[in-house]
Structure formats: structure tokens, C-alpha cells
Design a protein around this ligand. Structure first.
Ligand code: NAD
Ligand code: DAU
Length: 355
């Protein structure tokens, strides 16, 4: 019987939360393959130092021989694919890396997995799973009165990022339909929580608030996102891996639709309570409207009823409980933030916000 899981992108935000949660609840070996781009951070996995249940390998999902070697050496029973370029603004600034990793990289990963899977014994073959972690952004943008995205919505990606994720979803689907590879796909809404890279709205605003910088709101701040605490996303992935129907997709969401401005105001109010500004002014004073994102999607919302109905999954956190935990985590982990927000990070922020 095969016994190991291969996680790709496990040094990033969601991947590292997934690896930490997995190891906290299972003795199964995790092989963690991550290229360590600017978004990958081994500090996220520091608590696993010396733990024999975790093997970190620096490498690219597009490296066929490396992936095939890892699959064979460790008798892998499941691959969970988090590895991707994930930031929409960076995809607008420079789309090529998104095509390379999210499309070409996923293709090479699928090819290596197909090679390995094809050589397995029949019972291992049918028990094997390839779980592809994707996004709600593949469905495009909703009007105010539209129902939330269901699994049956057509794909209408609008950014280079979402188009690259949509392409990877299609490849995963095709590998099931054509070769019978036992795949599962999850399409999740906006995550937030520990280890979130401070280029994304929530950690960026917490960091900027605490360092006295502007809190940049794109356009009118009325774009709506559905927010899910990262640990709930991880529990959904574990559940789909365990009981999801092969070849199917599952939408994952938190039933927490919020306009961006409200999210930032909430962050400010929590910081006012937990770490008041030294001048006694509210953090909301730092809110600043800046130029809008090109092609900015107006609203995302997820209908996660299928996952609840068929697999019994529900999020454990509300937005109110999750966001409070998140702000507290950033207050307790300023060193983690400080280690990131230097060098290359500062170059990005300058290019994105000061020109
Ligand atoms: P992230 O940017 O924080 O982490 C991505 C990780 O992948 C990094 O550790 C990076 O080093 C690694 N990586 C990048 N290219 C690689 C390559 N070619 N080979 C190996 N590793 C590589 O991303 P995240 O926010 O943790 O997102 C993880 C996955 O979840 C992505 O596929 C993303 O599309 C999806 N997703 C994210 C969200 C969200 O809100 N963040 C929501 C839904 C879905
Ligand atoms: O919906 C799921 C997606 O959520 C994931 O697939 C992506 O990987 C993830 O990055 C996230 O994408 P968003 O573009 O929604 O996340 P971001 O944090 O970049 O932005 C959230 C919203 O806040 C969005 O409407 C843009 C806005 N925003 C963002 C930044 C960085 C601002 O108003 N100001 C900012 O400075």
C-alpha cells in the first residue's frame, strides 16, 4: 500500500498551513516540493525542523525527472498541487511567470504523475489521487444580484492570473477524461490567516497600519470578495482528498462576502483595540484611495453547498473570529513580517504603489 503525500508549493501561504495542519493530525510522511520563489518561505515551516514526517525539497513542479523520482522513491499515494504564481497584480505587471508555472508547470507535473501512476499496481492506481488547488477567480466577475458561483458556472477568467489557473484546471480535467488519472479540483475563495504574504490586501494593510503607512484601497473599495480562514480551506482540501468523487470539482467558500473597504475598516477597528496608535488617532485615518487594478473583478461569491451536502464540510470560523485571530497572529509574529518586508519586497511595493 502507498503511504506518502506529495505537497507542491508547501512553503507558500496556504501550502505551509496545509503541511502544518496535516502533520499535526497525521503520521503520514509529507514530501514538500517548492521552488522557493519570492512567495515561498521556509520560516513558515520552522516548527517542523527535525520532524521526520516532513521532507522539504527545493525544486520546480515543471522538472519531470525530479517529480517522477520523488513519486517513485517515496511511494506517493496522493499529490496536492498548491504551487503557483498567485498574485493578481503581479500577473498584470508581468504575466509570463504565471503561464510558465501555472500552465506549463502544471502540464509537466501532470505528465510526471501520469508516468508514475501508469506503472502502479491496479489497487494503488485506483486509490491514487491528484488534487489540484484552484480559485474562484476562474468564474469571472459577478453582478450584485447574481447568485454565487456554483461548480456548473462557465469559466470566464479576466486576469492573466485567473486565465492561467483556468488553463491548469482544464488540463487537470483533460488528464482525467483522456487518461483516467484520478483527479479532484477545488475552487476556493479569498483566504486569510497566518503566513499570508504581505502583498495581499489583509496582511499588507495590517503591516502598513502598524508602520504608519497608507492603507491603499483600489478604486472605490466596493469590490466584494468572499473570505475564508486558511485553516478552513485546508480542512476542506483534506475532506475532498478523503471522500471527493474522482473527476469532480468542489467550490470552497466561507459565506463571508465583504466589500474591501469594510474589510480594511474592520482591520483598523481591531488594531485600535489591540494595539492603539501612539497618537490616539484611529488607524482608519491611514486609509487612502489609489488607482484601481486594471480589469478589476467587481464581485466574487462562492456557493459551497455541494461540499457541505455531499461531504459534510463547513467552515469552523466566521469572518469575525478568523480576522481577530489573524490580526493577533501578525501582532505576535512581527519578526516573520520584518524578515519578508525588505529588499525585493520593497522594490515591488514601490513599483506598485508609488508610480
Ligand atoms: P503563494 O504565492 O503564497 O505560494 C505559492 C508557493 O508555490 C510558493 O511557496 C512558491 O515558492 C511555490 N511555487 C511557485 N512556483 C513554483 C514552481 N514552479 N514549482 C514549485 N513551487 C513553486 O500562494 P497561496 O496563496 O498559498 O496559493 C496556493 C494555491 O492556492 C495557488 O494555486 C492559488 O492559485 C490557490 N488559491 C489561493 C487563494 C488565496 O486566497 N491565496 C485562494 C484560492 C486558491
Ligand atoms: O479569490 C481567490 C483569489 O484571492 C486567489 O486565487 C488569489 O491567489 C489571491 O491572491 C486572492 O486574489 P485577490 O486579487 O482577490 O486578492 P488581493 O488580496 O490581492 O486583493 C483583494 C481585494 O483587495 C481585491 O479586490 C483588490 C483589493 N486590493 C488589493 C491590494 C493588494 C486593494 O484594494 N488594495 C491593495 O493594495
Amino acid at each position: 500500500m502507498l503511504t506518502t503525500v506529495l505537497v507542491t508549493g508547501g512553503a507558500g501561504f496556504i501550502g505551509s498551513n496545509f503541511v502544518l495542519d496535516w502533520i499535526a493530525s497525521s503520521d503520514e510522511l509529507v514530501i514538500n516540493l517548492d521552488k522557493l520563489t519570492y512567495a515561498g518561505n521556509l520560516q513558515n515551516l520552522e516548527t517542523l525542523k527535525g520532524d521526520k514526517r516532513h521532507i522539504f525539497v527545493q525544486g520546480d513542479i515543471g522538472d519531470h525527472n525530479l517529480v517522477l523520482g520523488l513519486l517513485r522513491e517515496h511511494n506517493v499515494r496522493a499529490v496536492i498541487n498548491f504551487a503557483a504564481e498567485s498574485h493578481v497584480d503581479r500577473s498584470i505587471d508581468g504575466p509570463e511567470e504565471f503561464i510558465q508555472t501555472n500552465v506549463v508547470g502544471t502540464f509537466h507535473l501532470l505528465e510526471a504523475v501520469r508516468d508514475y501512476w501508469g506503472g502502479l499496481a491496479e489497487n494503488d492506481k485506483s486509490a491514487f489521487r491528484f488534487l489540484h488547488v484552484s480559485t474562484d477567480e476562474v468564474y469571472g466577475s459577478l453582478e450584485k444580484s447574481d447568485p454565487p458561483f456554483a461548480e456548473t458556472n462557465r469559466y470566464e477568467p479576466n486576469s492573466p492570473y485567473s486565465a492561467s489557473k483556468a488553463a491548469s484546471d482544464h488540463l487537470v480535467r483533460a488528464y482525467h477524461h483522456t487518461y483516467g488519472l484520478p483527479v479532484l479540483t477545488t475552487n476556493c475563495s479569498n483566504n486569510y490567516g497566518p503566513y499570508h504574504f504581505p502583498e495581499k490586501l489583509i496582511p499588507l494593510c495590517i503591516h502598513n497600519a502598524l508602520t504608519g503607512k497608507p492603507l491603499p484601497i483600489y478604486g472605490d473599495g466596493q469590490q466584494v470578495r468572499d473570505w475564508l480562514y486558511v485553516k478552513d480551506h485546508c480542512s476542506a482540501i483534506r475532506r475532498v482528498l478523503e471522500a471527493g468523487k474522482v473527476g469532480e470539482t468542489y467550490n470552497v467558500g466561507g459565506w463571508n462576502e465583504k466589500p474591501n473597504l469594510e474589510v480594511v475598516q474592520t482591520l483598523c477597528a481591531i488594531l485600535d483595540e489591540l494595539k492603539p496608535r501612539s497618537d490616539g488617532r484611529p488607524y482608519a485615518d491611514q486609509i487612502t484611495y489609489v488607482k484601481d487594478r486594471l480589469g478589476h473583478d467587481r464581485r466574487y461569491a462562492i456557493d459551497a453547498r455541494r461540499l457541505e451536502r455531499e461531504l459534510g464540510w463547513r467552515p469552523a470560523e466566521t469572518f469575525e473570529t478568523g480576522i481577530k485571530k489573524t490580526v493577533q497572529w501578525y501582532l505576535d509574529n512581527q519578526e516573520w513580517v520584518n524578515n519578508i518586508t525588505s529588499g525585493a519586497y520593497r522594490d515591488w511595493v514601490e513599483r506598485q504603489y508609488l508610480v
